[in-house]
Ligand binder design. Structure first.
Ligand code: FAD
Length: 293
């Protein structure tokens, strides 16, 4: 973990673009609450195959104008360079300075034909650098428990390195519940000479069944001891939330104590679960001190 300690800590929150007026209202309330924590940035996801292209763009430009730097997620799967270059130009014009550059997932049913002009995220990073130079700070995805489609752990690490060599400035991880996987991933990167901040992605546990379902799709391991304890709570949702909050808070504490360079919260457009963890961690003081300084 030596290499990560040299980086300034940064905190960020991720949203998805709203699909309705009610969703937009919820996002604005969430944004306003989380803005009081003065995070480094917000980010807004991008639907598979470009399904939220306009929604992501409009949400990002609107949030960015409200004062907290906001980064679009941008995936290359099912897209082409002409579409991506238009988006990059629109983002530059809209004052955006950071992009989360991803491959994305091929919409189901499209098979290999759905890839588009760029097949992997390293090609997207390379293209953004070619098109926009150093204008954007580029985040890429990292997988401490390895990407579900990776040929092997070694291949996945090499593929991550490719994204860094193509020009990524920092990375955000898929969420995980095993801190050891993050420590191991960082140790492996250090041995490979890869030296960028890798910020843990944090999923607050609110609806445990949904977390389990989503974890199966994205390859995150939900440890047996957490599953068993949650099962024992049955439909006692208060206990589930309380235990989930304790587990995630403890994990964040371990990560930050060991030198993780900040946290990125997957908020699912809800402010309170992330804010409770934030409070438990005593981060208010850290960020306020920074503002005062
Ligand atoms: P890549 O880095 O391209 O890796 C994908 C797979 O291909 C890996 O198994 C890798 O080992 C392999 N690979 C990479 N390069 C090569 C190569 N040159 N040759 C052979 N194999 C290679 N999805 C969305 O649809 N929208 C979002 O907004 C979104 N946001 C995300 C944010 C974060 C922080 C994270 C961690 C994930 C996010 N995802 C999102 C999910 C992500 O799109 C999927 O996990 C996707 O399957 C992989 O994207 P990637 O950018 O990691 O791809």
């Amino acid at each position: 973990m030596k290499s990560q300690k040299q980086f300034k800590r940064r905190f960020s929150f991720e949203f998805f673009p709203p699909k309705s007026d009610k969703g937009a209202e919820t996002l604005h309330q969430t944004r306003d609450k989380l803005a009081t924590l003065n995070p480094e940035f917000f980010s807004v996801t991008f639907g598979a195959g470009g399904s939220t292209r306009e929604g992501t763009k409009n949400t990002v430009i609107e949030l960015n104008q409200k004062g907290i730097s906001t980064a679009p997620h941008l995936s290359c799967v099912g897209s082409d360079k002409a579409i991506i270059s238009d988006l990059l130009d629109a983002y530059k014009e809209g004052g955006v300075e950071r992009i989360v550059a991803l491959r994305g997932d091929i919409p189901s049913g499209m098979g290999n034909t759905g890839y588009g002009e760029m097949r992997y995220a390293n090609e997207l990073v390379e293209y953004i650098r070619e098109h926009s130079g150093d204008h954007f700070s580029l985040e890429v995805a990292a997988y401490p428990e390895f990407h579900p489609q990776a040929q092997s752990a070694e291949a996945d690490l090499m593929n991550f390195k490719r994204k860094v060599e193509a020009g990524a400035n920092s990375a955000i991880t898929q969420y995980f519940f095993n801190v050891e996987s993050y420590f191991h991933f960082i140790d492996r990167l250090e041995k490979m000479g890869v030296d960028i901040p890798v910020v843990p992605g944090i999923m607050p546990i609110v609806n445990f069944q949904k977390v389990v379902q989503f974890s199966e799709m994205c390859g995150a391991d939900v440890p047996r001891w957490i599953r068993k304890q949650m099962e024992a709570y049955g439909d006692d949702t208060d206990s589930i939330k309380k235990f989930g909050e304790e587990v995630v808070t403890r994990m964040c504490e371990q990560l930050l104590d060991a030198g993780a360079p900040g946290l990125h919260f997957y908020t699912l457009n809800q402010a309170d679960p992330s804010m409770r963890i934030w409070k438990n961690l005593g981060l208010d003081n850290e960020v306020q001190e920074k503002i005062a300084f």
